[in-house]
Structures are given as C-alpha cells and as structure tokens.
Design a protein around this ligand. Structure first.
Ligand code: T5A
Length: 205
C-alpha cells in the first residue's frame, strides 16, 4: 500500500475548503494519483445521509442518531471509496473524518470518547489517517468568515459559540495527544503563509 491517507479538520470557517484546493494542486503537480472526498458524504448513499444531517429541520435529532448516521456514512465511505483507493496505491484526501466525530459529537454534544472509540474500532478496522491537518482559529473569526460567504446556515452552523468552543478544545486536545499525526495550522494567518506551511509538511511525508 503506497498511497497516503490525509484528512483535513477544523471548526466552521477554518479554511478547509480553501486549503483543500491548494493541497490537491500541490500533490497533483508531484504526480500523485489522488482521490478527493469528504465527510459526511463521499458516496451516493453518504451524500443522502449528509443531507439528513445538515439540513435544518423542526425535528430534533437525538445525539445518538447523529452519531450513528455519521458512522453509517463513514462505513460506506471506507468500503466503497477510501479502502479501494488506498489498496490501489492512490492518495486519499478527505475533508473531515473520524476526528470530526470525536470533536463534534464528543466535545460538542457530550457523547463519551470511549463510546465513539468503540464505533470507530467496529467500522474502521484499524484504518487511520497518515496525516491530519487541523486548521485552527478562534471561533468568532471562523463565524465571521462563514457569515461573509453569505450562504444559509446548515444544522450545525446554527449552534451557539459555546458549542464550537468545545469542539475547538477537543480538536486541540487530540492534536496534543497525537502530535506526529495531527498538525495544527494557525488559520488566522494569511492564505499564502498557510500554503507555505502546508507545502513544508507535505514535502516531509
Ligand atoms: N460533522 C462532520 C460532524 O458533526 N461529525 C462528523 O463526524 C463529520 C464528518 C460538515 C458538518 O458536519 C459536521 C461538521 C460540519 O458542521 P462541512 O461542509 O464539511 O460540514 O464543514 P464546514 O465547516 O461547514 O465547512 P465550511 O465550508 O464552513 O468551512 P471551511 O471549508 O473550513 O472554510 P472555507 O475554506 O470555506 O473558508 C471560509 C471563508 O474564509 C475565507 C474563504 O475565502 C471563505 O470565504 N478564508 C480566509 N480568509 C482569510 N484568511 C484565510 N487564511 C482564509 N482561509 C479561508
């Protein structure tokens, strides 16, 4: 298996989509064969689950339902897209993966990390990213950037500042415990500064 599995994480408005394009172009220029994907989603079934998870609704979704839907989409994504691509020696870049579940459903919603770990072991069978970029910035700055895009808010974006603060704390905590895999990128810096940092890390793997 020569392919690498890279994931991109962060709170809303952290610049994941912006930098995903840079990472994709950078690796393609080096001749890597890439599969670029996202969670929740990445498959036809997963995109249907994404719609259930992100579309605002008057029906309150139970936190366990949210958690299980995330993993249902992920099980399909791993089986249909990620694992076959890695087995074929391709590089996979996913906009979010299991760290997001620990941060959002764990940190944000308060589900125990142990419970999430059990589901991760069950559905992933040991699959873990080789490298994760955690785009980090103050919650208020992320929210300003989301607002400046002038689009409607999805079900998560409608949450309060406190929810995203807990998510940010959880992400940073995970990065502290897994520094060789999770690289924290200061997203309050300029886009070109961030690109320089990303290329240095990508050159080292
Ligand atoms: N979720 C997901 C869970 O709860 N559990 C899970 O297990 C998983 C997998 C998915 C939602 O699902 C949740 C998390 C999410 O709420 P999403 O579309 O993946 O949604 O994630 P969002 O965070 O909603 O993505 P966004 O598009 O809002 O944020 P991005 O991609 O981080 O931000 P981006 O690149 O669009 O940038 C935002 C704005 O800032 C500007 C950009 O031009 C853009 O206008 N910008 C900068 N401006 C100045 N300086 C910089 N350095 C900038 N970088 C970007």
């Amino acid at each position: 298996m020569n392919g690498k599995f890279i994931t991109i994480e962060g709170i809303e408005g952290a610049g994941k989509s912006t930098q995903l394009t840079f990472i994709k172009n950078y690796l393609t220029a080096q001749g890597k064969e890439l599969v670029v994907t996202r969670e929740p989603g990445g498959t036809v079934l997963g995109e249907q689950i994404r719609s259930l998870l992100l579309t605002p609704s008057d029906i309150a979704m139970a936190v366990d339902t949210e958690l299980l839907l995330m993993f249902a989409a992920r099980a399909q994504h791993v089986a249909q897209v990620i694992k076959p691509a890695l087995d074929a020696g391709k590089w996979v870049i996913s906009d979010r993966f299991t760290d997001a579940t620990f941060a959002y459903q764990g940190g944000g919603r308060g589900i125990s990390q142990q419970r999430i770990e059990q589901l991760a072991q069950w559905t992933l069978n040991g699959l873990e990213p080789d490298l994760t970029f955690l785009f980090d910035l103050p919650v208020e700055l992320g929210q300003q950037r989301v607002l400046s895009r002038n689009q409607g808010k999805d079900r998560f974006e409608q949450e309060e500042v406190d929810f995203f603060q807990k998510i940010r704390d959880c992400y940073l905590q995970r990065a502290k415990h897994q520094p060789s895999r999770i690289k924290v990128i200061d997203s309050s810096r300029s886009i070109s500064d961030i690109e320089q940092q990303l290329s240095a890390i990508l050159d080292s793997i």
